[in-house]
Design a protein around this ligand. Structure first.
Ligand SMILES: [Zn+2]
Ligand SMILES: [Zn+2]
Length: 150
């Protein structure tokens, strides 16, 4: 079991800076968020928490996720569909995603070539890029096997 001391510290000082309280509910949401190494929606996290902590409402989960993003602990990812998903940011390296259009399986990958590509683009368009998102869509091995596709 990982302890999330550092993340808790980051969140606490962020909340303090905003004049917000580090409530027990916010702490529970942070813990649940950090325990899941997935890309999930606010609804997913809410349903996960609901079993153990029925007092926590959806709006609180949603707002806390937004705060976690502002505190640089979480980031929003847009994978398939229009629903925003969340993933860990703190102590996680920049990565890209491949998404299966059939079952939604998501794989994280590092693309070393992105760095030199980014530099080329910056030079050509005289931009300083602060962020990039490469999204790759396709069908995973299992989904192709089910339908006997190549
Ligand atoms: Zn699939
Ligand atoms: Zn990811």
């Amino acid at each position: 079991m990982m302890d999330f001391k550092e993340e808790k510290k980051v969140f606490s000082s962020f909340l303090k800076g905003r004049g917000l309280k580090h409530t027990a509910q916010r702490e529970e949401i942070l813990k649940a968020f950090l325990s899941e190494e997935r890309h999930f929606t606010a609804e997913d996290l809410y349903l996960l928490l609901k079993e153990k902590k029925p007092a926590i409402g959806f709006a609180t989960v949603y707002r806390t996720l937004k705060l976690l993003c502002e505190a640089n602990l979480a980031s929003e990812v847009y994978l398939e569909g229009s629903r925003v998903r969340y993933e860990h940011k703190y102590r996680h390296e920049m990565h890209e995603h491949i998404v299966c259009v059939n079952c939604g399986k998501t794989i994280e990958l590092k693309v070393p070539e992105m760095e030199s590509l980014t530099k080329k683009i910056e030079k050509k368009y005289k931009f300083k890029l602060t962020e990039h998102r490469l999204k790759l869509f396709g069908k995973c091995e299992e989904c192709r096997r089910d339908k006997n596709e190549e």
